[in-house]
Design a protein around this ligand. Structure first.
Ligand code: PEP
Ligand code: MN
Length: 350
């Protein structure tokens, strides 16, 4: 349930609404808007009788949210939520940021060079996994804490905010110390214990769609994060399993406008895992921008042939620069823009 306050409602009237909701056994969350404040009632699983609140001073109306993913829904919040992961790197607005970098952090030289190339290409944030979810236990599992330290070094060199995955509850706390945005991977989208833990960490989160997850499954998983009080959530389409092995996954472009209609959260696209094939990443990256994506997540490696994971779908640095250029043209055609290059090296400033 949502309690919409009148435009001239006083702080005391808002506080009274929250107090009454508390007395009813729920939690009232104030959400100041451009015109007026809305108080969301959380903690209930079904319809709540709002008659007691409806008559309070300052209350304009009560709205019952029909979706099971309540706080994630556009009913709850009609305007887009903006998620800022670094200075000026904002998802959900007119500007479209691009996150790029290798699948895995491999060593200092690789990640620092990758970060410089990401920046030179005009992208806005650096990705790279320190904890890797691999299909085989014998494959490279990531550098762990060392990888996080190297990401922090790459951020220091370039100023780019970093996006990196947390695989489990224990690692999540460590990842939160380094990451500007914590990635929850496709395989963990429905790891509800992990969602609860990460929801409490107070960091922006990038939540990837599970490979066999419906749109509603994705939104319900995001609800776990919002239920913990974290609104800073970016959703990501990364391809779903299909019967056809021609591509690694089936990149579901429709998911972009679908999610944007149902939710106020930004929706980005990952054409790298979405296709698994380097030469399909640029076309699908362009298509995602045309479909209205609020950002891209792209794998790029300084030397894809030597990559320790996902080399076959990683762009060469010059291909990333091309994708950013072409994305810019497409964004302009639909009244948006690719975020201006961001990040200044902090190393140069001491
Ligand atoms: C990744 O981003 O490298 C990754 C493992 O992604 P996903 O969880 O979508 O497979
Ligand atoms: Mn990868």
């Amino acid at each position: 349930m949502l309690v919409v306050m009148k435009t001239d409602a006083t702080d005391a009237q808002i506080a009274r609404v929250i107090e009454i909701i508390k007395a009813m056994g729920f939690e009232g969350r104030p959400m100041p808007g451009a015109q007026r404040t809305t108080v969301g009632l959380v903690g209930n699983d079904g319809r709540v009788d709002g008659s007691q609140i409806e008559s309070l001073d300052g209350v304009a109306e009560i709205i019952h949210v029909s979706r099971p993913y309540k706080q994630v829904s556009r009913e709850w919040r009609p305007e887009n939520t903006l998620v800022e992961i670094g200075p000026g790197v904002v998802f959900g607005g007119t500007d479209i940021p691009i996150i790029a970098g290798p699948c895995s952090v491999e060593n200092e030289k690789q990640i620092v060079l990758a970060a410089q190339q990401v920046k030179e290409a005009g992208a806005n944030a650096l990705r790279g996994g320190a904890f890797k979810p691999r299909s085989s236990p014998y494959s490279f599992q990531g550098l762990g804490k060392k990888g996080l330290e190297l990401l922090a070094l790459a951020r220091k060199e370039t100023g780019l905010p970093i996006v990196t995955e947390a695989l489990d509850e224990e690692g999540a706390h460590l990842v939160a110390e380094y990451a500007d945005c914590i990635q929850i991977g496709a395989r963990n989208m429905q790891n509800y214990a992990l969602l609860k833990t990460i929801g409490k960490l107070g960091r922006p989160v990038l939540l990837k769609r599970g490979m066999a997850a419906t749109i509603v499954d994705l939104l319900m998983s995001a609800e776990y994060l919002l239920a913990e009080g974290n609104m800073q959530v970016i959703l990501c389409e990364r391809g779903i399993r299909s019967f056809d092995p021609s591509t690694r996954n089936l990149f579901d472009l429709t998911a972009i406008p679908l999610v944007q209609k149902l939710s106020h959260l930004p929706m980005v696209a990952d054409p790298s895992h979405g296709t698994g094939l380097r030469d399909k990443v640029i076309p699908m990256g362009r298509a995602a921008i045309a479909a209205g994506a609020d950002g891209l997540l792209v794998e790029m490696h300084p030397n894809p042939e030597q990559a320790m994971s996902d080399g076959g779908q990683s762009l060469y640095p010059d291909q990333l620069a091309r994708l950013v250029r072409e994305a810019r043209t497409i964004a302009t055609a639909i009244g948006r823009s690719i975020s201006p290059s961001s990040g200044t090296a902090t190393a140069a400033n001491g």
